[in-house]
Design a protein around this ligand. Sequence first.
Ligand SMILES: CC(C)(COP(=O)(O)OP(=O)(O)OC[C@H]1O[C@@H](n2cnc3c(N)ncnc32)[C@H](O)[C@@H]1OP(=O)(O)O)[C@@H](O)C(=O)NCCC(=O)NCCS
Length: 208
Amino acid sequence: MNKNDYRIRLERKEDYSEVENLVRESFWNVYRPGCSEHYVIHVLRDDPAFVKRLDFVMEKNGHIIGQNMFMRTVIDADDGCEISVLTMGPICITPELKRKGYGKALLDYSLENAAKLGFGAALFEGNIMFYGKSGFDYARNFGIRYHDLPEGEDDSFFLCKELIPGYLDSVTGIYRTPQGYYVKDSDVEEFDKRFPAKEKLKLPGQIF
Ligand SMILES: CC(C)(COP(=O)(O)OP(=O)(O)OC[C@H]1O[C@@H](n2cnc3c(N)ncnc32)[C@H](O)[C@@H]1OP(=O)(O)O)[C@@H](O)C(=O)NCCC(=O)NCCS
């Protein structure tokens, strides 16, 4: 990868099916047998919390090789306030170009643009090994807790990055996952019929 062999731009309507296929290929059998993320983005684009100005695709040689998107959500602060934040994802890079730096380039570009739009922080579930390189830390270090997680449970999947330094300085509270991310398995199954058949495999490392 070099800085000139890709372009990042906003997603257009005519990209939708190509992007959904890319997301399906990228997530298939990674976290569970099959995946739901291609349906999730299909649904989220119509959600009022979806941030159209942060809906990015990455192109190389005229093909879309990556995508990333954001949703508005809130932290329910312990003092009763709602603190506006972003959540992110799905984000993906086509399987054949993984681990070449494209994911980090797309992530950093997206976060820079989110900061330019004035968003204060981004929080989501992810792997610190990847997101840590772009400045994410465990959300617990910012005083933010994950909803429905019993005291003492491992919360190292829950990450945060301030886009405005100090934005969460005086905040403690619970992050709210936007409802749009919760999709029904039966709806995923139905949507998946629009794509070429693919084998679902139970593999080591899957978390669901
Ligand atoms: C996660 C994903 C977007 C990362 O994109 P990528 O282009 O492969 O990542 P990069 O090459 O930019 O990685 C930068 C660094 O992050 C770290 N990293 C990336 N993916 C990692 C992984 N799965 N595990 C551990 N570290 C990882 C590595 O240190 C990497 O540098 P290195 O390859 O020199 O060691 C991509 O692998 C992907 O689409 N995965 C499937 C879908 C997915 O899991 N999406 C994220 C859901 S939270």
